[in-house]
Design a protein around this ligand. Sequence first.
Ligand SMILES: *Cc1c(COP(=O)(O)O)cnc(C)c1O
Length: 373
Amino acid sequence: MGKFIPVSEPWLTGKELEYVQDAIKSTFISSEGKYIEEFERKFASYIGRKFGVACSSGTNALILALRALELEKGSEVILPSFTIISCALAVIYNDLIPVFVDSDMKTWNMNPDEIERKITSKTKAILMVHTYGFPCDVDRIVEIAQKYNLYIVEDFAEAIGSEYKGVKCGNFGIISCTSFYANKLITTGEGGMCLTDDERLAEKMKRLRNLAFIPEKRFFHYELGFNFRMTNIQAAIGLAQIENIEQRIKKKIFIGESYSKLLKPLEDEGVISLPPQDPQHKNTFWMYGVLLKNGITADEIMKKLYERGIQTRPFFYPLHLQPAFERFSWFKRENLSISEYLGKYGFYLPSGLTLDEEKIRFAAESLIDILKK
Ligand SMILES: *Cc1c(COP(=O)(O)O)cnc(C)c1O
């Protein structure tokens, strides 16, 4: 095999090493130390929220957010079927019931009409997830949440830097959660954060991530907490990544727009759909997704791309079909046809920040060549 193009690669070209060295020299390598608060403050302020609570992963950020809202056991939380399992786990681990909704073919995000259709007297929250960098239909979802008095918890792990009508994703939830896993727009290796404007919720999440210790009395606990702490070393990496975040976003958009230009003829011929675009919103193309429309499954095309040294990933396998959930009393067989279509015919091309024009062209032209055969 000649060249190999990974689907994603972390981009660590700023002051990561300098800050990590500093953290190590300071001996603060656990979850105390100056980088945590600075990272929380800078990231929250970049997005435009008052408080940031860093934690050990995006999944744990979601668990923490839903825990902090203290929803009554058995309450229903509406979330997309077409997303990562973390979203459903956060619901289930909080003794809540996940209610899966279908996606909208135009946005690949949750369909607001479907949300409204699934609301019952037990519904307490909507978990709003922006998929692959393109914002949800925020206005409609906010309107529904207000009408039925529901919380919105936002998951913008795939939409750091994306904007809905000029407002950054991460501003639309009572708590908004993100991930800093290695393939996310900024990374801390492993890590996540909850953002909120509510000081009481921020304090609660800080307490819960740290075993619910309280400052007044050592080793005395009113609540059941978690160890979801982020380390000072991770925060040091994150801080360095924020310093060049605009450059990262620009590069992602360049990659996305380059692919779109090269693949446009295939879309015009009706062979594939390109990722959602809308001049009103900013898509940061976290991952550049392609949806096949010629009846060939993503698996087949991905295998052929891999033979040419191009690594890809399939779209999410719908959550409403996950065998892990079959044993729950709330599980029901349903047909969410758009999620199922996306799961079967979608995949994403290499989308990492280390890509250059030549690699983008090679990946796109290989796909064109494979689909023309
Ligand atoms: C990556 C991701 C997560 C999970 O984050 P981890 O840090 O891997 O736990 C959650 N939600 C979405 C939408 C993601 O893309």
